[in-house]
Write a protein that binds this ligand. Structure first.
Ligand SMILES: Nc1nc2c(ncn2[C@@H]2O[C@H](COP(=O)(O)OP(=O)(O)OP(=O)(O)O)[C@@H](O)[C@H]2O)c(=O)[nH]1
Ligand SMILES: [Mg+2]
Length: 298
C-alpha cells in the first residue's frame, strides 16, 4: 500500500532592502502579477499576499515593503507592515541584490538569523552577475546560519525550482489555507490603484514617485463588458502636479493609457479610466490622508 503523502503549508514572509526584487520574485512564484514592480526604491507600501499551490503543498507568500529607516508616517506604516508580516510566519525568504550587497543587507541577514523558522537567503539578480563573483559572495555568507543560500534570478526564473523545493520541504504539515485558484487577498479596487501607481512610478523621476498616492473614487460597471473607473492621483506639491499632468496633459494620458491596458487585462472588461491629479501637501505625514489611501493599521 502506498502511504498518503502529507500536505505541507505555511506563510512565508519575503523581506529585504528596497529594490532587491522581492515583488518580482513573488510574482514569478505565483505566476501572476499580484504586486507592482518598479526600479524605484520603496515601491511596495503594504504587505501583499500571493498564493502558490501545488499537489503536495501550499505556500502563502507575504511580500513586504523594503526595510529602510522611515522618515515619514507612511514610512512608519511600511515598517510596521514588515513586522506584522513576520508575526506567526512559518518560513522566511531574505533577499539581497547579488550585484550590490551592502552593509545594510548584511545587517538584515544577521538580524533575521535569530528568527526561529526555516529560512533561506536568496542572492537575487544573478543574471547580471559574473559567476566568479557569485562564489565569493556565497563564501562571504558561509556562517550566516540559514537553512540554505540559493542564487536566483527572479527575472529569468533561474533557481526558483530549487527554492520552492527547499522551502516546501521545510514547511510544517498543514491545511490548504486558500482555494487552488486564489492568487491574492487584495481587493480589486486596491490592485487597480496599484496598477495606476506603477505606471506613474515608471514615468516619473527624482522625488516625485515617493509622494504619489492613488485613490479609487469609483468603479462603476456600466454593462457586462464595460466599466468606468475614476481615480485621483495625489502628489505633494504644485510643481509635481504639473509634472504628472505634463505638457498638454501628455504624461497623464500616457499613465492612463498604460494603466487602462493592464486593468482591462485584469478585469477582462473594457475600461474608461478617468484620472485626476490633486495636491495634498505632506500627505505622507497626515493620518487622515494615510487612512484615505489605505495606509492605516487596521
Ligand atoms: N536583472 C534583474 N532585475 C531584477 C531581478 N529581480 C528584480 N529585478 C528588477 O529590480 C527592480 C526592483 O524590483 P522589485 O521587485 O520592485 O523590488 P522590491 O524588492 O519589491 O522593491 P521595494 O518594493 O521597493 O522594496 C525592478 O526594476 C525589477 O525589474 C532579477 O532577477 N534580475
Ligand atoms: Mg516590492
Amino acid at each position: 500500500m502506498t502511504e498518503m503523502k502529507k500536505f505541507r503549508s505555511g506563510f512565508v514572509t519575503i523581506v529585504g532592502r528596497p529594490n532587491v526584487g522581492k515583488s518580482t520574485l513573488m510574482n514569478a512564484l505565483v505566476g501572476e502579477k499580484v504586486a507592482i514592480v518598479s526600479n524605484r526604491p520603496q515601491t511596495t507600501r503594504n504587505r501583499i499576499m500571493g498564493v502558490m499551490t501545488r499537489e503536495d503543498w501550499q505556500m502563502v507568500f507575504l511580500d513586504t515593503p523594503g526595510i529602510h529607516t522611515p522618515r515619514t508616517k507612511l514610512g512608519n506604516f511600511m515598517m510596521q507592515s514588515v513586522r506584522e508580516a513576520m508575526d506567526g510566519m512559518d518560513g522566511m525568504m531574505v533577499l539581497v541584490d547579488a550585484t550590490q550587497v551592502g552593509e545594510h543587507d548584511r545587517a538584515i541577514v544577521k538580524e533575521m538569523a535569530s528568527k526561529k523558522v526555516p529560512k533561506v537567503l536568496l542572492l537575487n539578480k544573478i543574471d547580471l552577475l559574473q559567476p566568479e563573483k557569485l562564489l565569493t559572495l556565497i563564501a562571504s555568507f558561509a556562517d550566516c546560519g540559514y537553512d540554505a543560500i540559493i542564487p536566483i534570478s527572479a527575472k529569468t526564473g533561474d533557481g526558483l525550482e530549487q527554492l520552492t523545493k527547499t522551502m516546501a520541504g521545510k514547511l510544517p504539515e498543514g491545511p490548504k489555507y486558500f482555494p487552488d485558484d486564489m492568487m491574492t487577498d487584495q481587493p480589486e479596487r486596491l490592485i487597480v490603484a496599484e496598477m495606476i501607481r506603477e505606471k506613474a512610478l515608471l514615468h516619473l523621476r527624482d522625488e516625485v514617485p515617493h509622494g504619489i498616492g492613488v485613490e479609487i473614487m469609483g468603479m462603476n460597471k456600466e454593462s457586462d463588458d464595460f466599466m468606468e473607473i475614476h481615480a485621483t492621483i495625489y502628489c505633494e506639491r504644485d510643481a509635481h502636479k504639473g509634472i504628472i499632468i505634463g505638457k498638454r496633459g501628455a504624461m497623464l494620458q500616457q499613465i492612463g493609457t498604460e494603466a487602462r491596458h493592464d486593468i482591462e487585462n485584469l478585469l477582462d472588461l473594457h475600461v474608461n479610466l478617468k484620472l485626476w491629479v490633486k495636491v495634498r501637501p505632506d500627505w505622507r505625514n497626515r493620518m487622515d490622508d494615510l487612512r484615505t489611501l489605505g495606509y492605516d493599521n487596521k
